[in-house]
Structures are given as structure tokens and as C-alpha cells.
Design a protein around this ligand. Structure first.
Ligand code: ADP
Length: 164
């Protein structure tokens, strides 16, 4: 059985992430969607909230499992008996950082490979930060995130007095 991991911050999950997850789930027997702790990013949603939004948004894909990890991806992937990480690649913005990450991960874990799926044309500009910025400035985020996520972003906006 071939298991892959789709790691990310998912703060929150967007339609761009979901497209990559759906396509990766079709390529592997089992796909672990892993909410990874990122010390460089201040997250808006707690890990519990991010996991919950993923669970709701991925309920239609039976071979996905959602997990959280605060370990190195190279160690976590070994722990869950997977050896492939699937990442989405948007034109320009992702290449350099993803290339560097793939190389360091392979240095840390020689069994591990990173597979890149090109982001869908209509999602090239989409990121969790764009969604938060648009919502913060009162723009419409319908269609950029699943409905359950849209509701939670708007609720967070109310609860934080507009500070996303
Ligand atoms: P973000 O860049 O939105 O903060 P993450 O850190 O959660 O997202 O990224 C997790 C993975 O999802 C990365 O491989 C990233 O390149 C990919 N990804 C993010 N947004 C998109 C998108 N719109 N289309 C395809 N892949 C994406």
C-alpha cells in the first residue's frame, strides 16, 4: 500500500489545497493530510480548528486521514510509514522555497521523496494569506475556500474585531 503525506499550515484550507489533495488522493492508496507546526508563521486558527476544517472539507475523499505534527516532516513521514510528500506548486511563488525544502528533507531522510503537482490555473493566486487579507478588508471569499471555512473565517473576523 502506497501512502503519501500532504503537509501544510492550512491556516485555513483553501480550494487550492483541496484541488491538490483530491488529485494526490487519486494517485496514492492513502493520503495523510498533515497540519504541520510552522514556527515562522503566526497562525490565525488553532491546530484543532485547522484539523476540524480539514476533516469537514475532505469528508468526500475516503482515503484521506487528517493529522497534526510538530515534528520535522522528514521524521514524521518515517513515523507514519510514508515516503512521499506531495506539494502543490504555484507558478513563481513556490518554486525556490519548495525546491530547498525538498532537498533538505531528502538530506534528513534518504527514503523520502517530494512529488510536485502543478496548481490549477484558477488557483495560482490563491493562498491562505490572500483569503485572510481579502476577508479582513471586507472582500468576498466565496469560492476561495469551502463553505464551512468561509463561515469560520467570517466568525473569526467578528470575534477578533476585524483583526485577521
Ligand atoms: P499557504 O501557502 O496557502 O500558506 P500552506 O503552507 O498550507 O499554504 O501550503 C501547503 C502546500 O499547499 C504547499 O505545498 C503549497 O505550495 C500548496 N498550496 C498552497 N496554496 C495552493 C494553491 N492555491 N494551489 C496549489 N497548491 C497550493
Amino acid at each position: 500500500m502506497k501512502t503519501a503525506i500532504c503537509p501544510g499550515s492550512f491556516d485555513p484550507v483553501t480550494m487550492g489545497h483541496i484541488d491538490i489533495i483530491e488529485r494526490a488522493a487519486a494517485l496514492f492508496d492513502k493520503l495523510i493530510v498533515a497540519v504541520m507546526h510552522n514556527s515562522k508563521k503566526m497562525s490565525l486558527f488553532s491546530t484543532t480548528e485547522r484539523v476540524e476544517m480539514l476533516l469537514l472539507s475532505l469528508a468526500h475523499i475516503p482515503n484521506t486521514v487528517v493529522m497534526y505534527s510538530d515534528k520535522l516532516l522528514a521524521d514524521f513521514i518515517r513515523e507514519v510509514n510514508a515516503d512521499v510528500a506531495v506539494k502543490g506548486l504555484r507558478a513563481m511563488s513556490d518554486f525556490e522555497q519548495e525546491f530547498q525544502m525538498a532537498l533538505i528533507n531528502r538530506r534528513l531522510n534518504r527514503q523520502m521523496d517530494t512529488v510536485f503537482l502543478t496548481a490549477a490555473e484558477q488557483h495560482q493566486y490563491l493562498s491562505s494569506s490572500v483569503v485572510k487579507e481579502v476577508a479582513r478588508l471586507g472582500g468576498c471569499i466565496t469560492g476561495l475556500v469551502p463553505v464551512c471555512v468561509e463561515e469560520r473565517v467570517l466568525r473569526k473576523l467578528c470575534n477578533t474585531g476585524g483583526a485577521l
